[in-house]
Design a protein around this ligand. Sequence first.
Ligand code: APR
Length: 320
Amino acid sequence: MARPKIALIGAGQIGGTLAHLIALKELGDVVLFDIADGTPQGKALDIAESGPSEGFDANMAGTTDYADIAGADVCIVTAGVPRKPGMSRDDLLGINLKVMKSVGEGIRDHAPNAFVICITNPLDAMVWALREFSGLPHEKVVGMAGVLDSARFRHFLSLEFGVSMRDVTAFVLGGHGDTMVPLARYSTVAGIPLPDLVQMGWTTQEKLDAIIQRTRDGGAEIVGLLKTGSAFYAPATSAIEMAEAYLKDQKRLLPCAAYVDGPFGLKGMYVGVPTVIGAGGIEKVVDIKLNKDEQAMFDKSIDAVKGLVQACKGIDDSLS
Ligand code: APR
């Protein structure tokens, strides 16, 4: 059977890391696409040359021509500009919306059967716009945010409790921005919910609140340290988890920016919710119950995402 074809639209920091991870995990053959001629070709060749030492079988190609993504099974989109210190994800909206238009049209014309994972920020608005521009089915276009935000939450919790990250599960819902909603009640250490761990005296509410805030600021913390760009190792790894769930029909239950029409009382919008990813793409949105405080945080996040989508419509008439 032919290997799956994975197109990476954007061959920058995240795109290059994605290509390397795909090769190491032998998930498929890679086509790196970018408008900066030389970058995708150079990264593809460099990664291919690591193959003999690592011993993987995966073809690597770099291109500036959308025709080369033809027939891709998965497209992962990182094209656009990242944040610099002092910028919020929302500050990227105007520039990256134009990028989503050309990328959406490229995918529509050359890889309409692909499962598309968007990473470009501001995430919830960009994945919505990418779906609009591409015209692909909603269940085949999804945004990567919740897996990354949850991974950050899990990492900080594992440090606090002094236990393996593998034994920490965490849920982060809502938009991928300052209003994201880390859900303590649905986050556990080996099945013990965080509020119970506070009651058991293993941590304090103050420490937990600080971890939740650090999770919300997780992206900005990295931008502040790197100064020249934003995070790329953990975002790439998170998107690979989603791509693998699709390619291997794993039915993983992962928080993603998915199209929600009905669950959570939402009417046709993209936002971070628990989903099941399998061969059908987003096969299910899991409608969990929120308490009053959680619902208030979620509503605030929904309003922020709606505001960004409105701003997109204001910039590009074809979206309204
Ligand atoms: N089509 C294709 N590629 C493009 C386009 C376009 N219209 N415009 C820009 N690019 C390419 C750039 O040439 C660059 O190689 O996108 C790449 C982006 O790479 P980086 O600048 O290294 O950014 P990266 O860290 O990979 O982040 C990309 O993901 O997390 C988000 O906020 C982040 O929106 C940003 C995106």
